[in-house]
Design a protein around this ligand. Structure first.
Ligand code: AOF
Ligand code: ZN
Length: 352
């Protein structure tokens, strides 16, 4: 006999399949259960298209009348790009709804549940709440603060150097770490690097070693000095955005990339405005893969939510490439693992 948690875990698993295609909407999955049997499953597949609840009923293999619904997000009660799920659930015979999280969208936030109760559909809130919240942490932060969830990645030697100088491209970590980074990239909407990394490494910033969608590539290039022959401008693998100074330029677009202007502060693009502009562009999560300079600017402004620190064995020379992030007790270590000889430690800010 499966439990409520088992059915909700399945809904979360289904929701995950929408990753990369639904943003800035949340990932939502839905399971219909009748007489102890799963009779329908669905998930929100693409931004602007049918919600998870509708998909689960569409896929039902039996008459869903009087079924119990498991959905990781409170059903919506608004007419937006799609009609309200609350009415849909009533019209299609749902008798009870198990929900993991309240929808933070201020137009919904609790009103979906109230409406279901008004319609005499019983609701139960909080099943696997933490797991579901973790799945949609980008969406939650984006709705509540108008900023994306920020993950920083650092690849360093044992003596915390991220390279030997800012003109040479060297690989510090091993192939397993590289693949792991590609998986990490596939879980975010966008990836941000600085002009120098773009110029020296000429990276493609894709997820070619993992399955999933390529994130939007974002390069901070205050004065628009990058040459146009870089891979990100020509390979067509994903959208490319150049962030540049609002003092000097206006927003515009060419066939190769989009230019978005950002406020300048101390001759650098102001990190908080970078995040605001990306959020306005629908980015709910961003991976910062830049060098020490860009990492330091985000860290000093307290804008990092999560840090992935990959450390390879061995010592490097060169002191201007030191990892600038020194964590204090306002951070939790949430996971650590060995990737071959490399060590990965993941930290998350405590107050979140
Ligand atoms: C649900 N089920 O599967 C999702 C929900 O523009 P729309 O019509 O797609 O509505 C978007 C809002 O609906 C989104 O901001 C979020 O609050 C909620 N997402 N709700 O009942 C779903 N994806
Ligand atoms: Zn809905």
């Amino acid at each position: 006999m499966l439990t409520h948690e088992n059915y909700m875990a399945r809904a979360i698993e289904l929701a995950e399949q929408g990753r990369g295609s639904v943003s800035p909407n949340p990932m939502v999955g839905c399971v219909l259960v009748k007489d102890g049997e799963i009779i329908g499953e669905g998930f929100h597949q693409r931004f602007g298209e049918a919600h998870a609840e509708v998909m689960a009923f569409r896929n039902a293999i039996k008459d869903p009348l009087d079924c119990t619904v498991y959905v990781n997000l409170e059903p919506c009660n608004i007419d937006s790009k799609t009609p309200p799920c609350t009415k849909f659930l009533k019209d299609n015979g749902a008798s009870e709804v198990y929900i993991a999280n309240i929808d933070p969208n201020p137009d919904i936030s609790g009103k979906g549940i109230e409406e279901l109760n008004r319609m005499n559909i019983k609701t139960h809130l909080g099943i696997l709440e933490k797991e579901a919240m973790d799945l949609n942490k980008g969406f939650y932060k984006w709705v509540k603060t108008g900023l994306p969830w920020v993950i920083c990645k650092v690849a360093q030697s044992e003596n915390r150097l991220m390279g030997i100088d800012n003109k040479s491209s060297i690989w510090i970590t091993n192939d397993i770490s590289k693949k792991h980074t590609h998986e990490l990239r596939s879980r975010v909407d966008a990836i941000l690097i600085g002009k120098n990394t773009a110029f020296v490494d000429n990276p493609s910033l894709t997820v070619r070693l993992a399955s999933g969608k390529n994130p939007i590539r974002v390069i901070a290039d205050t004065n628009r000095t990058l040459p146009q022959n870089l891979k990100i401008f020509n390979d067509g693998e994903s959208e490319s955005i150049i962030l540049c100074s609002s003092k000097q330029f206006s927003d515009n677009q060419t066939s190769q990339c989009k230019f978005i202007t950002v406020e300048e502060k101390d001759d650098m693009l102001y990190p908080k405005d970078i995040l605001k502009k990306l959020a306005n562009h629908g980015v709910t999560s961003v991976l910062v893969e830049g060098g020490p300079c860009i990492l330091k600017s985000f860290f000093n402004e307290g804008l990092i939510d999560e840090l992935y620190e990959y450390t390879a064995p061995g010592i490097l020379d060169g002191d201007d490439m030191k990892n600038p992030i020194i964590l204090d007790n306002s951070w939790n270590c949430i996971n650590q693992e060995m990737l071959g000889d490399d060590k990965l430690v993941i930290y998350q800010k405590k107050e979140i």
